[in-house]
Design a protein around this ligand. Structure first.
Ligand code: NAD
Ligand code: MG
Length: 400
């Protein structure tokens, strides 16, 4: 199919087509805000969502994309594509240059693989994709000529600091973590936290699953694994430091001892835009300007690994390699879904992950089918810990 001729151009460059997978979520809606200000450079070709028909319909009215996909639609929109395949169909369209994968959880994996095989840039918010299948993703990019550019703020920061320098010049990556809502809580108090407590993030407004992950620090473990696969840096050269203000988005230490940091107000608009334009920068006056005096002081603390066991479990799974990261991710997704449904307590999340890792966390991650089996087994194992309470309703635990 020939590419449509684009009317709007910047300095002679054709407008680039974007597919947004997960357009109704926190990152998806952020991206649509960013793209509204960049109409001369990008146009939205495809939108997909899981179940939020009303918001998707509203977005489609405003953006008028060529393709709309809804995994579980109510059938009211005859022109929409339905079912899980709609993500892959959106991601591989010839008129799509960049796929913004803003789906939550392992369910985003197949679309990432398909987009990379089709030679697309994948602007990746869906960090679980890399955690579950870092090697498969790298192979897909190599085979198809696609590339991953991270949207996660820490990884965007690292990419911006590293620039074109080779991994051999990097001594250490230092990821920053806000510490979440329980940073200063005692271990006893953390044991009794409620869902409302966990959903009250101090610096970022995000989807429910990642907000809970930020409270357990499982999110930071996922990000350590994500950094390992993105930048090819061994785990013993990736560190995490708590930085409650979320202004320094991460730091890179080079072999000459120089340390570069990327700094700015905590908004996902900037990393979303950078993932689309990398390595270029384009003008955007929609993001609040940085004010060093207003944001001071900036402080750093060690991670309380002893009080946030999900963090060490995740980093350990990364170091173990093979299927362990996929087991960690699936067990965490299932446990968080149960917590969001009120069927598991906050304190039960890490033991459920540990138990799944003990039982299932060894062995090579040879192919897609093996990962699918391991993902299903880890979810079933965690579900069995709470007994049969019927299907899990929270959208945080959709199987691979
Ligand atoms: P969200 O829950 O707000 O949105 C998720 C989107 O994915 C929705 O549009 C939903 O319809 C869709 N979706 C969910 N399950 C699906 C499935 N099984 N199949 C197809 N579509 C599905 O989540 P979010 O906070 O926007 O996070 C999205 C991803 O970005 C996550 O991987 C998260 O870790 C990552 N991320 C988010 C932020 C943030 O600020 N929100 C920051 C960094 C990274
Ligand atoms: Mg992050």
């Amino acid at each position: 199919m020939p590419r449509p001729v684009e009317a709007t151009t910047v300095a002679g460059a054709a407008s680039r087509g974007i597919a947004i997978l997960g357009s109704t979520g926190s990152i998806g809606t952020t991206a649509l805000r960013v793209l509204e200000r960049q109409r001369a450079r990008f146009h939205v070709v495809a939108l997909t969502a899981f179940t939020n028909v009303d918001l998707l319909a509203e977005q489609a009215r405003q953006v008028r994309p060529a393709f709309v996909g809804c995994v579980q639609s109510d059938g009211a929109h005859a022109d929409w594509h339905q079912g899980v395949d709609c993500l892959i169909r959106a991601a591989t369209r010839p008129d799509v240059d960049i796929v913004l994968n803003a789906v939550v959880g392992a369910a985003g994996l197949d679309a990432t693989l398909a987009a990379l095989h089709a030679g697309k840039r994948v602007a990746l918010a869906n960090k679980e994709t890399l955690v579950v299948a870092g090697e498969l993703v790298a192979n897909a990019a190599a085979a198809g000529g696609g590339e991953i550019v991270p949207v996660d703020s820490e990884h965007s920061a690292i990419l911006q600091c590293i620039g074109r320098r080779p991994a051999s010049e990097v001594r250490r990556l230092i990821l920053t973590a806000s510490g979440g809502p329980f940073r200063e809580w005692s271990r006893d108090r953390i044991a009794g936290v409620t869902l409302a407590d966990a959903l009250r993030h101090p610096t970022w407004s995000m989807g429910r699953k990642i907000t809970v992950d930020s409270a357990t620090l499982a999110n930071k473990a996922l990000e350590v694994i994500e950094a390992h696969f993105l930048f090819g840096i061994p785990y013993d050269r990736i560190e995490v430091v708590v930085h409650p203000q979320s202004i320094v988005h991460s730091l890179v230490e080079f072999i000459d001892g120089s340390v570069l940091a990327q700094v700015g107000v905590p908004t996902m608009e900037l990393p979303v835009l950078y993932a689309l334009t990398h390595p270029d920068r384009v003008a955007d006056d929609g993001v609040p300007r940085f004010d060093p005096v207003a944001t001071s002081p900036l402080t750093f603390e060690r991670v309380r690994t002893e009080d946030f066991p999900a963090f060490a479990l995740g980093v350990g799974a990364g170091r173990t390699g093979g299927v362990a990261p996929a087991v960690f991710n699936a067990a965490n997704e299932q446990a968080v879904a149960l917590f969001l449904d009120g069927r598991m307590t906050f304190a039960e999340i890490a033991p459920a992950i540990a138990s799944a890792l003990d039982l299932l966390g060894r062995g090579p991650a040879t192919d897609r089918d093996r990962l699918r089996a391991v993902d299903a087994a880890a979810r079933a194992h965690v579900l069995a810990r709470v007994g049969d309470g019927g299907p899990v309703s929270a959208v945080a635990g959709t199987p691979l």
